[in-house]
Write a protein that binds this ligand. Sequence first.
Ligand code: ZN
Length: 394
Amino acid sequence: MNPWAAKIREGDARALARAATGVENRDPLALEVLRELAPFTGSARIIGITGPPGAGKSTLVDALAAAIRRQGKTVAIVAVDPSSRVSGGSILGDRIRMQRHHGDPGVFIRSMATRGAVGGLARATEDLVRLMDAAGKDFVVIETVGTGQDEVEIAGLAQVTVVVLVPGMGDDVQALKAGIMEIADIFVVNKADQPGADRVERELRAMLSLGDSDRPGPAIVRTVATEGTGAEELLEAVEHAPKPTEKQGRRTRRDGGCPGPPHIRIDHLGIAVKSLQEALGFYESLGLQAASRESVAAEKVLVAMLPAGESRLELLEPSAPDSPIAKFLEKRGPGLHHVALRVPDLNAAVERLRASGARLLNEPRPGAGGHLYVFIHPASTGGVLMELIQESET
Ligand code: ZN
């Protein structure tokens, strides 16, 4: 085993910290360590803690960490702030925490600020969580700050998701993002010693009673995190929450394999060729075989799909002089025409891309296989035409 990976397995905190930094920076050596450690993941209980700003999440996480330590177990805290451009706030939060858990080797703390790319933060977080899992931590707590799609995505990495609410939110129980409500396994009413705590709990129960009554609903736990009150009850609720395999039809955690962003993968690479027949000669002598050949009238192309590992190569030959592929061949010559990524929710991806100013070439529309797809202009993607495809249900 790589000596760096071996040190992490032995519980060397400095080796772990160095790997965490490397993983966050996508350092190839650190990612290699992560790959070596992949067989050792799967033992940690992974808890996601989320909720609106001001709900006292950090204090609650500290109280939960203390409860975990009282059981003699170890914990890693990964604090993620999708809304921050710089990590100033996170670093300050770290310092306060470091003081509280100072000198306790059973608590590992790491903060991450936002990454530029969509999915980048979720991916770095997932890798960091797996690193902590492989390092032998009994619990990994992911604490997210801020709101939005990132938060839902990151919370989705957890086996148990805790949504923290506080009194004085007005009608906000109703106003909470539907996505956040759906992922909750446990609701915490924090600052439960303040007026209005009963009302928040009542509203929660009313809302939950509208749900599927065949299934046990999320637990509700009241806490006063500043005093540590309710932390043991929260830990108990975490231990009794359904395992991911019991959450049928919900999210599944991506297991093993190479580090990568959650739920996004390369579906195929599109290659423009002058002649399918000629190109196929090469690919077949390489050992690849066309799984399907078809003519797509709307795009005026002949298509051959060649499965290659988990993705495919899509050879494209123009079937008419005014085909987009004919124009591409004229302008650029044969070669890589587009990269196609498969995403879990195309409409959500499109919404985020629009908000970030990306140039979409069409509205999401059904393609040959019936799945939705959209093209993005090379000006937005770093120079290559990109196709996004809706992940199919099966
Ligand atoms: Zn394609």
